[in-house]
Design a protein around this ligand. Structure first.
Ligand SMILES: Cc1ncc(COP(=O)(O)O)c(C=O)c1O
Length: 423
């Protein structure tokens, strides 16, 4: 008797635990914002995978960036790779009244020179001398690299290679130096490396002109466990290192020093913290204007997402049914209400996270498709064929290039299409 009671009790507990573990219904219909955007895309959209840029939201983010940097007396530099569309860059440049750009890719650099002949361009990474040679070969129009382009250098060797190239071309090149302010992604780590580079510049006055420093600090505000230091502490350390490099150049190389050198730093995660330091004068920001999901971080908590992938539902096939399991798949949709509806969307497998409606999930057992990705959800999401599934990209660089022309939205309406850079 006692034993039977025990078994019954154990079974009851087991059943309760199982019921407790059973997934709830995570589905919710579109929010008002996405309901309106879905209606607009159904009316006027391309009805294929598209990258939607919401200019009202971008404006709000840009205003935060420009106000913060203006108050701090720093110049704003637009990060081309994170906003890789000439018209998008032009829009931002006009609104922010900035003609400073950071470039990372030789083919884009040639486009920049042709499209923005008045801009000052700083490279965000050192390129092989052969890539620089290709830039000069492809250069057209009035952009004058000797005045408007700052190549980036991480080693004396690369400086010598460029000096040789400059000699061959009969030109002079502006040389900015990458300094390691704590990210440890290359550049001068200490005074010895810095001086070795400054010595090469000083030895080639006809070919090279010192134009400043680039000290990127992506580790500030992003990716470093908080027990290793708060973002403020890490920025303090980064700028102390930066100041050390500046002091060496000013003190030991007075003939190279000028007060209008570019002292660049930043990045989206740290830009707001730079308002409180007095070393840098030029801050690069790109991704923060669009806020993909990887940038859902404390230092950007006031920024709003402004880029969404939208793609139509092609098929709605009911409860999940897996190949070979066929009818027996029913147990899955019985167990998980979020598998009671199955959608196949136009395209997929992007570096992106579901944004709307809430409660969409990928099906690991079915697997990915870049052609027609499966999406499961509870019927409560209320999606039908031709409705849009909205994603947020995880990062902006690269992902923005995958959809053809950007679909530009203002006041909830599609107002334009802006081409992206061609590599
Ligand atoms: C040198 C450099 N500066 C600044 C940035 C910041 O770009 P974003 O604001 O888009 O993160 C990057 C991004 O990789 C970078 O490499």
């Amino acid at each position: 008797m006692k034993r039977r009671k025990f078994v019954a009790g154990a079974l009851g507990l087991g059943a309760m635990a199982l019921w407790w573990a059973k997934p709830g219904d995570h589905g919710e219909p579109y929010s008002a914002y996405f309901r309106a955007l879905n209606a607009e895309l159904r009316r006027n959209g391309p009805m294929q995978p598209a990258m939607v840029i919401d200019l009202d939201r971008l404006d709000a983010n840009l205003e935060r960036v420009t106000r913060t940097l203006r108050v701090a007396g720093k110049q704003y530099r637009i990060v081309e790779k994170s906003l890789p569309s000439p018209m998008l860059i032009e829009y931002i440049a006009r609104r922010a009244q900035s003609n400073r750009l950071m470039s990372f890719h030789q083919p884009f650099l040639n486009h920049d020179a042709a499209l923005f002949p008045q801009f000052d361009v700083l490279m965000g990474k050192p390129l092989p001398a052969a890539a620089a040679a290709r830039f000069y070969r492809g250069l057209k129009g009035p952009f004058n690299p000797a005045r408007q382009l700052q190549w980036l250098f991480d080693t004396p060797q690369r400086l010598r290679e460029y000096a040789e190239l400059a000699r061959g071309l009969g030109t002079r090149m502006r040389a900015s130096l990458e300094i390691d302010v704590g990210l440890h992604r290359g550049g001068a780590r200490g005074n010895r490396e810095l001086k070795a580079m400054l010595d090469v510049i000083a030895a080639h006055p006809q070919q090279l002109e010192f134009s400043g420093f680039m000290g990127y600090d992506a580790h500030v505000g992003m990716g470093v466990p908080s027990m290793l230091g708060s973002a403020q502490e890490l920025l303090g350390k980064a700028m102390a290192r930066y100041r050390g490099f500046v002091d060496v150049a000013r003190r030991d190389y007075p003939s190279l020093w000028r007060d209008d050198l570019t002292l660049n730093s930043g990045g989206s995660p740290s830009y707001a913290l730079h308002a409180h330091e007095t070393v840098s004068n030029d801050i690069s920001v790109g991704t923060a204007l669009l806020k993909p999901t990887h940038y859902d971080i404390e230092t950007l908590k006031e920024h709003v997402p402004a880029a969404f992938i939208a793609t139509p539902v092609l098929k709605k096939t009911g409860p999940i049914e897996l190949p070979a399991l066929d009818d027996r798949s029913r147990v899955m949709s019985w167990w998980d209400p979020n598998q009671r509806e199955t959608f196949f969307i136009y395209g997929g497998w992007w570096l992106a996270d579901y944004a709307s409606p809430k409660g969409l999930q990928f099906n690991e057992l079915f697997g990915h498709s870049a052609n027609q990705e499966i999406v499961n959800a509870a019927p409560s999401v209320g999606l039908g064929v031709d409705d849009q599934v909205f994603f947020r990209p995880q990062i902006s660089e690269g992902v923005l290039l995958q959809f053809g022309d950007l679909v530009i939205v203002r006041g909830g309406r599609i107002v334009d299409r802006w081409p992206v850079f061609a590599a």
